[in-house]
Design a protein around this ligand. Structure first.
Ligand SMILES: Cc1ncc(C[n+]2csc(CCOP(=O)(O)OP(=O)(O)O)c2C)c(N)n1
Ligand code: SF4
Ligand SMILES: [Mg+2]
Length: 351
């Protein structure tokens, strides 16, 4: 049994959001992951973000692959649509679902094994196609579910629980995502809810391919000395480039920071990303500078976190394909068939 149903009873005084839901309405079943697993903290951050954004749970589609990380959609958003795909194949299923119904919030949840090892090709293509989604990799550097083999994101030289050093070069998921064309790229840490919740909110609001690499320690197989994905290592080497406030269009803007330390990025719907700069010269809108910064931080043994790259006016797959505004799965037969005259014209143009 991989899940335990939670009792449905709510405390009557639980606060409701603008959509009329309590925080508990965004929860799922009781987690069966190891106590202390970083993935559970990310699930909690997703629940918090969706509650704060007043999202209708049935407007979310959560998709995952295979792994402890890919099991987590069972533990959040119990009233949303869900699809647990084959290992590493979540992106193609999500691309198809998004093409059929553009009206849902698409949330892809994956692991470093799922996305950087077996699913690397699929990961690359969903980013370059600009599918409007939030894609979260719960990154622990190992295949947790199959007992702790190194994954492709394990750093060269990091040591396994049994004492073996990894000799392979690692894949950096944020660099990959930027290179492949993602328009919102961030990294965070499962143990930093203050940074993670606003990043998830902003990623949900972003109308393009949003990618979040969340370092998420595996307490069973990769939380020892010599690991670069342990709680201790990430806490010591975390180098946040900015702190983000996500301000929805409909909310009054109340937060204030000292001039000169804040960067605001207005998105096409008017919502605002307000970034408190921690690294003084960091500009998340400059793709090349972002790539350079990430590589330099890595070379210095630091883990750069925060909103690393954002394109304020992204174009998504539907914009690129020039599809109609209505979800394709809601069109009727008459709307789908252009009629004989139009078909004859198209055929004639191809002769
Ligand atoms: C096609 C296929 N190959 C291999 C496996 C075995 N397998 C299951 S989960 C997994 C790796 C999961 O690692 P990751 O995505 O990092 O998730 P984690 O458990 O670490 O959260 C592997 C290799 C599988 N289920 N299917
Ligand atoms: S094996 Fe690792 S990744 Fe899987 S639930 Fe346990 S701590 Fe989490
Ligand atoms: Mg993993």
């Amino acid at each position: 049994m991989t899940y335990i149903t939670k009792p449905k009873l709510h405390h009557p005084s639980l606060q409701r959001n603008k959509a009329g839901y309590t925080r508990r309405d965004y929860e799922g079943s009781v987690s069966t992951l190891c106590a202390g697993c970083g993935h559970d903290s990310i699930s909690a951050a997703i629940i918090q973000a969706c509650y704060e954004l007043d999202i209708q749970p049935h407007h979310v589609a959560k998709l995952s692959g295979i792994g402890c990380s890919s099991k987590t959609p069972t533990y959040f958003l119990g009233h949303s649509h869900g699809f647990n795909t084959v290992h590493g194949r979540m992106p193609s299923v999500m691309t198809g679902a998004n093409l059929a119904n553009r009206d849902l919030v698409y949330m892809g949840v994956s692991g470093d094994g799922d996305s950087a090892s077996i699913g690397l090709g699929q990961f690359a293509h969903i980013m370059r196609r600009g599918v409007n989604m939030v894609y979260i990799v719960m990154n622990n550097g190992v295949y947790g579910l199959t007992k702790g083999q190194f994954s492709a994101t394990a750093d060269r030289g990091s040591v396994s629980k049994k004492g073996v050093a990894n000799s392979d070069s690692s894949i950096d998921m944020v660099s990959m995502a930027i290179l492949m064309g993602a328009t919102f790229v961030a990294r965070s840490f499962s143990g930093d809810k203050q940074q993670l919740v606003p990043l998830i909110k902003a990623a949900i609001d972003h109308k393009g391919a949003a990618f979040l690499d969340v370092i998420s320690p595996c307490v069973a197989f990769n939380n020892h000395a010599g690991s670069t994905k342990s709680y201790e290592y990430v806490r010591e080497h975390n180098e946040a480039v900015n702190r983000l406030d996500f301000i929805e269009t409909r909310e009054e803007i109340t937060t204030q920071y000292d001039p000169g330390t804040v960067q605001e990025v207005q998105q096409h719907d008017g919502s605002l990303l307000r970034l408190r700069k921690l690294a003084p010269d960091y500009d998340p809108c400059d793709k090349i500078a972002a790539m350079q910064y990430i590589q330099a931080a890595e070379a210095a043994g630091e883990v750069a976190t925060g909103l690393l790259y954002v394109e304020a006016m992204p174009k998504d797959l539907h914009a690129n394909l020039n599809t109609v505004d209505a979800p394709l799965n809601k069109l009727n037969a008459a709307e789908l068939c252009p009629g004989k005259a139009t078909l004859d014209k198209i055929n004639a143009s191809l002769r």
